[in-house]
Ligand binder design. Sequence first.
Ligand code: HEM
Length: 403
Amino acid sequence: AQQIPDILSSEFAADPYTAYRVMRKDAPLIWHEATRSYIISRYEDVATAFKDGATYTTDNYEWQIEPVHGKTILQLSGREHAVRRALVAPAFRGSDLREKFLPVIERNARELIDGFRHTGSVDLVDAFATRFPVNVIADMLGLDKADHDRFHRWYTSVIAFLGNLSGDPEVAADGERTRVEFAEYMIPIIRQRRENLGDDLLSTLCAAEVDGVRMSDEDIKAFCSLLLAAGGETTDKAIAALFANLLAHPDQLAAVRADRSLIDRAFAETLRYTPPVHMIMRQTAREVTVSGGTIPAGATVTCLIGAANRDPDRYRDPDTFDIFRDDLNTTTAFSAAANHLAFALGRHFCVGALLAKTEVEVGVNQLLDAMPDVRPADGAEFVEDGVFTRGPKAVRVTFTPAG
Ligand code: HEM
């Protein structure tokens, strides 16, 4: 069999897709010593792991994310998870999003684009993608604009912590410091907000009640911390990748420009082809058989979303970016019926999928309007970075500036 580069090597980081191909075909179940986990890569195996939450638990998050976020919805299971999900989910449904938060999303996109629409050239990653979703979340929560910079610092630290697969102690220590700083910042704001409820997301979380259960200050703080990473980093990479993919396929870019309803398809295909989250871990509650091999009880399993989403047993011509493909369910990209795995499946299916879709629609529409002839800058290459989360390092473009 062909050599498979280690998932922590620079060779793998430069091109995981070639390695994914070999893994899916020849080594669909691998023991990985450095992360002490079993790696799975086939669509069926990864989808099963997400859907069967009783067998593939999220107990691993107790060490993977708890040190930086505290106890979040991701670590919960069973009824506890169902109640917590029912407490937070309504805020991310269509009606609340449209009525309360669409104007917030539109304003945040416009403010960032105003910063470069007259320049004629920009790096969309630096000037837009990395800022827009975090600004939106901070704004939805009703936090002070002046604090957005602090948010960006915490966000960067949390992301580094989550992606620290090799266990760098400095990165780990910085993440834990961020948990303390974030709590010192957030808990007093939550207490004040309880006294003075408004129309923002934080007030909604403070007031939410299901079966007589409410969230504690600590629960809300942990959820906000999770939102920073789960809603920031991911949507950021999706927007950058969507533009990189369209710019690399000018005919598809032209089609989307002419018919903006195709943004949905471009988003879904981007999530399949270049998912922001390439790997997610689970912990087995019992021994399981996967693609002919055995994983013992209590083991950590690394589920390769990036590999599963390009499984030729699931998608025709999987290494081709094609927004018109008919084997991808684009219309239900925001429910558990979505068939790419970028939002996972099952009980932890992304709560923010509709928010992400709305941000992408608004952001991409405004960007296309502001850059009527957007094209890659001279010599620009859209090089991807990251193995845990992954997206283009930069998307440098030029365009005729607004008059
Ligand atoms: C869960 C991806 C946007 C909030 C998840 C999971 C994935 C994911 C893969 C499952 C994690 C697991 O099962 O271990 C993405 C992607 C996004 C995105 C690719 C953008 C394109 C957002 C946004 C928010 C958000 C904008 C903010 C509201 C959450 C939350 C969970 C979650 C709270 C946990 C749900 C639960 O445990 O029940 N997301 N996400 N995500 N996401 Fe997203």
